[in-house]
Design a protein around this ligand. Structure first.
Ligand SMILES: Nc1ncnc2c1ncn2[C@@H]1O[C@H](COP(=O)(O)OP(=O)(O)O)[C@@H](O)[C@H]1O
Ligand SMILES: [Mg+2]
Length: 509
């Protein structure tokens, strides 16, 4: 006797249909074998399935079972096949109605008492199920809110195997999970408000420009200047995520198993600030069962690298690919996986080892050589990825109490949203461009029209500051964002003048 139950694997961020075939021979010797490239965790399913069936008051006849997981060339990981295997056993032993599992997909880990446990990656599974025309998706009760983010299929929350069997017989029927009205409404949560940051108006302005065009930004200044504080305030002025963006981010968090139970949808833009001791795999993703790394967890949000020079060369070099490609590729024995990684890079550093190079009050104790070596820890190509460089001087602690409260984050965010809206309209027919920061040299020529006076200013600056062709493009691109904040189609001289200020200052000779 043979039963086939539909289940799903997650490879990278994609679901792949897995057929669980259970062959039962009531005259065979007692055995229970799982074939089809199962990992050790899947092999352990046998014990959980047997105990769960017995402890649910159901029969597990001691006969011969062969479970085949197809396709055979796909490595099966994790405990999520417990439920489909158990359902297959119940089907071949006549303990559920034979046609009750048609058009359905099953996913879930079993505990020994028959209860169902959370599994990761339920959102990509539900998405795949819907695309494959699955009508009913059975998931552990606690994962139902996440699965129900996908509409167009019934998500049945299963508390235990016993409940499932009753449901399939039409007794104590479990109704499909209905998602709450506000499960989808984005509500940006502001952690640090710009209103609470005193002074530093030019830094706030630089961050506003960065947010408006999704430009990478580097803050340089002595300790205590508020660099970390202002980086933390940045998410509060970023445009709120669209539903599509929120779904995309939620899929990543689902696979990374970082979703909290009460918030199925990630609604606020991610802000990730990994410590400089982070491993290669932690940053870009990896492991035997590849998980997204920090660059992907920061997708559509901010990756903040505080104390940038402390990150090793290797770690920083590894960042260049995702910064360019906006995704990461992870090579495995049989396959390569890609995870999205489109983030805004925000970094902070001191100007020198003691921290006070250039400080008007406190004397820097470093030699020019030390300052140069410190700054050279950041390679030229990486430094070049920051469209905006901004100096963050120290505000004297005594002054902090005198200064007026600043403008609120929500007021700044309104201007940022308006500037992004102009970009959306401009790039409507160019899906690879989402914000000004995405423009390459070709697009810059196409979209960054400057008035004559602005062109002249830029050419003069080019000569005086010995700017490279790359820097020229960068100034134009940032100028485009400043013009967008100003509601202007043409880039004007004052926009270029501001953009030039965001070029890096030169290191001591
Ligand atoms: N401009 C400012 N307005 C309000 N508080 C500030 C400001 N600058 C610094 N602070 C205070 O000083 C602390 C240290 O700032 P921090 O962001 O850690 O500085 P940095 O990262 O530049 O060394 C902050 O937690 C905050 O309490
Ligand atoms: Mg700091």
């Amino acid at each position: 006797m043979l039963a086939t139950v539909t289940s799903c694997a997650v490879i990278g961020l994609e679901g792949v249909t897995v057929r669980v075939e259970v062959d039962y021979n009531p005259r065979g010797l007692t055995s229970f074998t799982i074939v089809g490239l199962p990992s050790a965790a899947v092999q352990e399913s046998r014990e959980r399935v047997r105990a769960a069936i017995r402890n649910s008051g159901l029969q597990f006849p001691l006969k011969r079972y062969v479970v085949n997981l197809a396709p055979a060339n796909l490595r099966k990981e994790g405990p999520a096949y417990d439920l489909p295997i158990a359902v297959g056993v119940l089907a071949v032993t006549g303990q559920i109605p034979p046609d009750s599992i048609d058009g359905a997909m099953f996913i879930g880990e079993l505990s020994l008492d028959g209860g169902l446990r959370h599994v990761r990656g339920v959102l990509p599974i539900a998405y795949h199920a819907h695309q494959q025309g699955v009508r009913t998706l059975y998931v552990p009760a606690e994962d139902a809110p996440e699965a129900a983010l996908i509409t167009g299929l019934d998500v049945i929350p299963i508390p235990s195997l016993g409940h499932l069997v009753e449901h399939l017989y039409g007794m104590n029927v479990i109704s499909p999970y209905r998602r709450g009205e506000d499960d989808l409404s984005p509500d940006p949560l502001i952690e640090v408000d710009f209103a609470d940051i005193k002074g530093q108006e030019h830094v706030k302005r630089a961050l506003e420009v960065a947010a408006a065009g999704a430009h990478n930004v580097l803050m340089v200044g002595p300790p205590g200047g508020g660099k970390t504080l202002m980086a933390r305030a940045l998410p509060g002025i970023l445009p709120s995520m669209t539903l599509d963006e929120a779904m995309e981010v939620t899929r990543i968090y689902s696979v990374a198993d970082l979703l909290s139970e009460d918030t199925p949808l990630v609604r606020t833009r991610p802000f990730r600030s990994p410590h400089h001791t982070i491993s290669h795999a932690g940053l870009v993703g990896g492991g035997p069962w590849p998980r997204p790394g920090e660059v992907s967890l920061a997708h559509r949000g901010v990756l903040f690298l505080d104390e940038l020079p402390e990150f090793g060369h290797r770690v920083l070099d590894v960042l260049r690919q995702p910064i360019e490609d906006k995704r990461v590729t992870i090579s495995r024995a049989q396959t390569t996986l890609t995870f999205p990684a489109n983030f805004m890079l925000v970094a902070a550093m001191n100007p020198c080892p003691c921290g006070y190079y250039g400080d008007p009050v406190r004397q820097c104790t470093c030699t020019p050589g030390m300052v140069r070596r410190y700054q050279q820890r950041i390679s030229g190509p990486l430094l070049d990825r920051f469209d905006i460089h901004v100096e963050v001087p120290r505000v004297e602690p005594t002054k902090l109490t005198d200064l007026e409260p600043g403008e609120s984050s929500s007021a700044i965010r309104e201007r940022v949203e308006a500037a992004r809206e102009r970009q959306r309209r401009r790039f409507a027919e160019y899906p690879h461009l989402q914000s000004n920061a995405d423009m390459g040299p070709k697009e810059i020529r196409m979209f960054c029209r400057a008035e004559d006076a602005a062109e002249r200013l830029l050419k003069a600056a080019l000569r005086q500051m010995h700017l490279s062709a790359r820097a020229y493009h960068r100034v134009l691109k940032v100028g485009r964002t400043i013009a967008d904040l100003d509601g202007s189609d043409l880039i004007k001289a004052n926009h270029i003048a501001e953009a030039i200020q965001y070029r890096p200052r030169r290191t001591p000779d």
